[in-house]
Design a protein around this ligand. Structure first.
Ligand SMILES: Nc1ncnc2c1ncn2[C@@H]1O[C@H](COP(=O)(O)OP(=O)(O)O)[C@@H](O)[C@H]1O
Ligand SMILES: [Mg+2]
Length: 251
């Protein structure tokens, strides 16, 4: 079996303030294999976003460690792309300019960074929207831009924190098929937080469930559905069985 690319080893997080302290994560441990799509499900407030930010090197845990290829993670890495629930685009920059920004900040010449940005827009299905400002884009389109921005460095690992959580149900469903299509083209290692059990089963190779706060990983379920997966898979007996199994675990 492949060596894990990412390891959470007894990750603990305490938020301390002068008059209170809150334990968000209690020794969350798991491993992610290269090219694996892992979904994390858990009740609201159990520490999912905190865990994902720690995996991305954006927050330092108060206990335990994250290992990237066996080495302790020290901070944010170009090898790790991150997409949050809200796109957080710069409102005065066009879609293309938002995408080109990280490359420009690295000193990449403008023609090159804009060429790369256009390539990413094409990839996420926004070819004609290069010059649109964020407010001219729908919520789903803004999340596509955020996804494209995370992919621009061609990261090995993609961390997704409820990336479609703020979208309406239909858009959300479309976006998850879109993500499935993208992932099947170029199987990056993905860790995605979601509260949607069906989405987790449709996308994941494995689904981890978390306990209520202080969060820890309670169960891991292998999703043995064949790939490529399609919308029709939602109606198969095995799919429905896996959804039930996860719902029981979370109860
Ligand atoms: N920066 C912070 N300071 C203090 N408490 C925080 C901070 N970030 C998150 N929390 C608390 O930690 C718990 C877990 O939060 P979060 O990771 O956002 O949960 P989830 O994403 O599962 O809903 C919550 O009780 C939240 O209020
Ligand atoms: Mg969250």
């Amino acid at each position: 079996m492949d060596k894990p690319i990412l390891v959470a080893r007894k990750v603990q997080m305490m938020f301390n303030s002068p008059d209170s302290s809150l334990e968000a994560l209690a020794e969350a441990s798991f491993e992610v294999r290269p090219n694996e799509f892992v979904c994390i499900l858990g009740p609201s407030g159990c520490g999912k976003s905190t865990l994902l930010r720690i995996l991305g090197g954006l927050v330092r845990p108060t206990g335990g460690a994250v290992l990237l290829d066996g080495e302790p993670l020290q901070g944010p890495q170009a090898r790790i792309g991150f997409v949050a629930q809200h796109a957080n685009l710069m409102p005065w920059r066009t879609a293309l300019q938002n995408l080109a920004l990280p490359l420009e900040l690295q000193g990449t010449p403008r023609a090159v960074s804009e060429g790369k940005a256009q390539e990413m827009l094409d990839l996420v299905g926004l070819t004609g929207f290069a010059n649109a400002l964020p407010r001219e884009l729908s919520g789903g389109m803004r999340q596509r831009v955020a996804l494209a921005r995370a992919l621009i460095y061609d990261p090995d690992i993609l961390l997704l924190d409820e990336p479609f959580g703020a979208l309406d149900a239909l858009t959300r469903e479309r976006m998850s098929y879109e993500l499935l299509r993208l992932w099947e083209m170029d199987r990056k290692t993905v860790v995605m937080v979601t509260h949607d059990i069906q989405e987790a089963v449709l996308l994941g190779d494995r689904v981890l469930t978390m306990s209520p706060r202080p969060g820890r990983i309670e169960c891991a379920l292998e999703i043995d559905l064949p790939r490529p997966r399609r919308q029709e898979d939602l109606y198969t007996a095995r799919f429905i069985q896996l959804v039930h199994q996860l719902r029981d675990t979370l109860r």
